[in-house]
Write a protein that binds this ligand. Structure first.
Ligand SMILES: Nc1ncnc2c1ncn2[C@@H]1O[C@H](COP(=O)(O)OP(=O)(O)OP(=O)(O)O)[C@@H](O)[C@H]1O
Ligand SMILES: [Mg+2]
Length: 338
């Protein structure tokens, strides 16, 4: 994409020089494939996590089964929960999500979820007589009267049997204990009644009991899926997916360095990939991403990052010491097809 001129309303800033233009284009291109601040929604950009994907898809396929996905911050939980349904050969999938906060109750979380779900039910037909008609309306209106786990069960039971509802409750760790307990009760109830819906609880935690204190009572109904840090080859896949999309070649040492610095966390792989790709794209068509681009990206990443990221990146930088001098001689290039 080439943008001739960018005018930003309000401050009068616009691109005037060719260098600014190149910089802007590089930023836009690299940002399509490297998204350190946004979860992945496209299958094509989703790397690795085969076992965990299977865990979630299995829970969806098996009636009465639900899932809890947990791991450290930034491990890729939201991304996995977003793309999992795309790997299922089932339709129509009805996937809804709520991002919980510390002020949510069980009822308010479900009001938000049900506002995204349309359902059909018999309602009195307009006019005289005692006839009824099937009408479509928001599931929220059915839930309002009984905001309990049993109320949720009843509303979910009204959804058409052909649909495959997947309910993602993200940031579950932010909920107070009472609504968390209510979600555990709900999972048990949905499982006992074999309701055709899958609840996927997603939260930051080292273990399930940090998220659900009484998890033994729901053990049979809940697949526990831990998301560890990514392996080196999974991080490589992220970098190579981006390079493929950008049609950039990749110097092997540059890739190794991103893998080392990322410490298994996909957020860092995207952050470094973004800045390194921008730096390489600025050299113009046919450029390859080099070690020096990665070094530059560490400086850029550190400058723009939160303090926690700064600490982690500089830690990773120290772990990579002693740094071998870059070998002179032929540079080995990698493309995503390798
Ligand atoms: N499997 C993956 N393939 C490619 N990129 C990924 C993958 N998983 C996560 N990412 C990237 O890693 C970063 C963090 O992902 P995500 O937001 O899903 O993590 P999270 O565990 O939900 O984070 P948080 O704990 O902050 O909610 C994002 O930039 C996302 O695009
Ligand atoms: Mg998340």
């Amino acid at each position: 994409m080439t943008i001739d001129c960018l005018a930003v309303p309000g401050n009068g800033w616009r691109i005037v020089t060719a260098a600014e233009q190149r910089n802007f284009n590089a930023t836009v291109h690299a940002g399509r494939y490297f998204t350190p601040y946004a979860a992945i929604e496209e299958e094509a950009l989703f790397a690795g996590r085969r076992d965990q994907l299977l865990g979630v898809t299995d829970a969806v396929i098996q009636k009465g089964r639900h899932a809890i996905l947990y791991g450290e911050r930034g491990a890729g939980k939201t991304s996995l929960s977003s793309v999992a349904s795309k790997f299922l050969d089932m339709s129509p999938i009805l996937s809804v999500r709520v991002n919980c906060t510390s002020t949510n109750t069980f009822g308010s979380a479900w009001m938000k979820l049900f506002s995204e779900i349309e359902t059909m039910a018999e309602r009195p037909a307009p006019g005289f007589g005692s006839t009824t008609a099937r009408q479509s309306f928001s599931a929220r209106s059915l839930f309002e009267a009984d905001r309990t786990p049993n109320g949720v069960r009843k509303v979910l039971s009204t959804l058409p049997s052909s649909s495959v509802p997947i309910v993602i409750v993200d940031e579950f760790d932010r909920l107070p204990p009472a609504p968390r307990r209510a979600f555990a009760d709900l999972v048990k109830m949905l499982s006992d009644h074999a309701v055709r819906a899958t609840v996927v609880l997603v939260g930051v935690a080292d273990s399930v009991d940090e998220l659900i204190a009484e998890h033994e009572s729901v053990e049979c109904a809940l697949s526990q899926i831990r998301l560890p840090r990514m392996s080196g080859s999974e991080i490589r896949r992220i970098v190579e997916n981006g390079m493929n999309g950008l049609k950039l070649e990749l110097e092997e040492q540059a890739e190794d360095r991103i893998v080392l610095l990322s410490q298994g966390l996909p957020h860092y792989a995207h952050l470094l990939g973004l800045h390194a790709a921008r730096s390489a794209l600025l050299r113009g068509k046919g450029a390859a991403l080099k070690l020096s681009d990665v070094d530059r990206s560490v400086r850029k990443g550190l400058a723009s990052a939160q303090q926690s990221t700064r600490n982690a990146l500089s830690q990773g930088d120290q772990q990579s010491a002693p740094r071998k001098p870059v070998q002179a001689g032929p540079i080995r290039l990698r493309t995503g097809q390798d």
